[in-house]
Ligand binder design. Structure first.
Ligand code: F0G
Length: 460
C-alpha cells in the first residue's frame, strides 16, 4: 500500500487557541462594527485573516535570530540577507524595508508620478493604493478567465498579453513600468506561468519598458510552475526561481509571506539607477540602507526563511494543505475560485449568498456569518476592498466578491481544515435564509476595508 502524504516537519512549540460561544461572538462582532479587523485575536478560534506575517518560523530561523547583528550601518545580517537574495534572484542591489507596502512606497516614490499608467495583473490593494495616491492609474490586464471562478485552468493569474500590448500602444509615454504579481493574490492566489512571464518580458522589451514582480508569494508560484507547467517537472524550485527573476528588472517583496517571517520586506533590482533613486526615499521613510526598517535578527531569520521556502518539500506540505481544504469544500459543493490557490481558498460569495444584493456586500456578509458560526476569521476580498472609483466615487462592483480563507504557513493542522470546512457547510446549508447583508456607516477614502464600520442592513 502506498504511504499517505504527511508534513515535511514536526512540531516543537505550540500555542493554545480558545473557542467561544455564539452569544459572545455576536457581542464582539457588534463591538467591532462588523469588521473582523477590529476583533481582538483572542476572540478568534481559527484565524484565516491573512497568511501575512502569521507563519511559524523553523528552528533554524529562530537559531539565526541569535546571530543578528544590530549595528546601525553595515550589519553582518544585512550582508547575509543580501547575499541570499542575490543568490536566489540574481539581483545585485537590495534595500530592506519594514514590509511589502513600504518597498512599494520607496520604489514608487522614485518611479510613479501624476498621470502615469501602471499596467499589470490585479494589483494588490496596497500596490493600487500607492499608485492611485500619486494620482496615477493601476490598469488591470489580468486574463478574463480569472473572472469565472468555476473555470479550472492552471494559470489563472496570468497577464492577458493582448490587453498589455494594447495598453502600451495607447499609453506608452505614460507607462513607467509593468508590474506582475506572483502569485496573483486578488484573483485568488492564482499562479502566473513561466511562459506568460516570458511573454510579458518580450512585450516590455519591444516597448523599452522595465518590469517589476510583486513577489510576495513567488515561491508558491514557482511550485505551481514545477507541478503544472509543461517541461518544468524536473527542475528544482531554486532553478525555476532563478529563471523567474531573470525575466524581471526588479522585485518588491513582502517577506511576511514566502519569506516566512513575521515582519519584513525588501526591494531588489539589477539596475543601479533604480537603486540610486530608491535610496533617496529609503533613508527618510524606512531607515539607513543596510536595515531599512528591519532588525538585524529579523534579516537573519528572513535569509534562512527564503532559503527554506524555496525547497520543494516545504512548499508541497503547504500547498497540499490548501488543496486538502479545497477537497473538503468540494464534498459539500461550496463554490470557490478554482483551482485552489497557493495561500488561500477564495469562496465565491456571490454564488453562495445569492439572496444578498451586491449593494449589501455578500462577501463581507459571509465573512460575518462564518465568524458567528465558529469563530473563524476570514477576510473579504471583494466589493469593500475594491474601494470607490477615485473619479466617480461610486462603489466598484465590477470585480469578484470573495471570502478569502488564507492559511498561515506551518501553523494549523488538517483537523483545523476540517473544522473550517464544516463550519462553512453549516452556513452554506442555511444560505437561502440569509437575505440581508451589511451597510457602511463610516469609511476611509483609501483602503477602507481595514477600518470600515458596518451595521446589518435593514437595521436603523
Ligand atoms: N503585494 C501582495 C501581492 C500582497 O499580498 C501584499 C500583502 C502586499 C503586496 C503588501 O505587503 O502587507 O507586507 O505590506 N498582502 C497581505 C494579505 C496583507 O493579507 O494578502 P505588506
Amino acid at each position: 500500500m502506498e504511504l499517505p502524504f504527511a508534513e515535511s516537519w514536526k512540531i516543537k512549540m505550540v500555542e493554545p487557541i480558545r473557542k467561544s460561544t455564539r452569544q459572545e461572538r455576536q457581542q464582539w462582532l457588534e463591538e467591532a462594527d462588523y469588521n473582523v479587523f477590529q476583533l481582538r485575536a483572542d476572540q478568534v478560534y481559527i484565524d484565516l485573516l491573512t497568511d501575512s506575517g502569521t507563519g511559524a518560523m523553523s528552528d533554524r530561523q529562530w537559531a539565526a535570530m541569535m546571530t543578528g547583528d544590530e549595528s546601525y550601518a553595515g550589519a553582518r545580517s544585512f550582508f547575509r540577507l543580501k547575499d541570499t537574495i542575490s543568490r536566489l534572484t540574481g539581483f545585485e542591489y537590495v534595500i530592506p524595508t519594514h514590509q511589502g507596502r513600504a518597498a512599494e512606497n520607496v520604489l514608487f516614490s522614485h518611479l510613479v508620478k501624476e498621470g502615469d499608467i501602471v499596467p499589470g495583473n490585479s494589483h494588490f490593494d496596497t500596490t493600487k493604493g500607492h499608485i492611485e495616491s500619486r494620482r496615477a492609474t493601476a490598469l488591470d490586464c489580468t486574463v478574463d478567465e480569472a473572472r469565472d471562478t468555476q473555470l479550472e485552468v492552471p494559470f489563472k493569474g496570468n497577464v492577458d498579453v493582448a490587453k498589455l500590448e494594447k495598453a502600451l500602444e495607447q499609453y506608452h509615454d505614460r507607462i513607467p513600468f509593468i508590474i506582475v504579481t506572483i502569485t496573483n493574490n486578488t484573483a485568488g492566489g492564482q499562479p502566473v506561468s513561466l511562459e506568460n512571464l516570458r511573454q510579458v518580458r518580450r512585450v516590455a522589451d519591444k516597448w523599452g519598458k522595465r518590469v517589476i514582480f510583486d513577489s510576495a508569494r513567488f515561491a508558491e508560484n514557482a511550485y505551481f510552475i514545477k507541478t503544472r507547467e509543461e517541461g518544468q517537472q524536473d527542475r528544482t524550485i531554486k532553478d525555476i526561481v532563478r529563471e523567474i527573476f531573470s525575466l524581471a528588472d526588479a522585485m518588491t517583496m513582502s517577506a511576511k509571506k514566502d519569506g516566512i517571517v513575521n515582519m519584513g520586506g525588501f526591494i531588489a533590482t539589477r539596475h543601479e539607477d533604480w537603486y540610486e533613486g530608491a535610496k533617496r526615499f529609503c533613508i527618510p521613510f524606512e531607515g539607513y540602507l543596510t536595515y531599512g526598517g528591519m532588525n538585524g535578527r529579523d534579516m537573519d531569520a528572513l535569509a534562512v526563511g527564503l532559503d527554506e521556502n524555496t525547497e520543494f518539500d516545504n512548499l508541497q506540505t503547504r500547498i497540499h494543505q490548501v488543496e486538502y481544504l479545497a477537497k473538503r469544500l468540494d464534498e459539500f459543493g461550496i463554490p470557490y475560485q478554482r483551482p485552489a490557490g497557493g495561500h488561500a481558498i477564495f469562496v465565491d460569495a456571490s454564488k453562495v449568498l445569492t439572496h444578498v444584493p451586491k449593494e449589501e456586500f455578500p462577501a463581507q456578509t459571509l465573512t460575518v456569518e462564518l465568524y458567528l458560526e465558529a469563530g473563524i476569521r476570514g477576510c473579504e476580498i471583494g466589493y469593500i476592498l475594491a474601494d470607490r472609483d477615485p473619479v466617480t466615487r461610486e462603489n466598484r462592483f465590477g470585480g469578484l466578491d470573495l471570502l478569502r480563507l488564507a492559511i498561515p504557513r506551518r501553523v494549523y493542522t488538517d483537523n483545523h481544515m476540517d473544522v473550517i470546512a464544516v463550519a462553512l457547510k453549516n452556513v452554506y446549508d442555511r444560505r437561502e435564509s440569509i437575505t440581508r447583508g451589511v451597510k457602511i456607516i463610516w469609511e476611509a477614502e483609501l483602503m477602507r476595508h481595514f477600518t470600515v464600520k458596518l451595521r446589518p442592513a435593514g437595521e436603523e
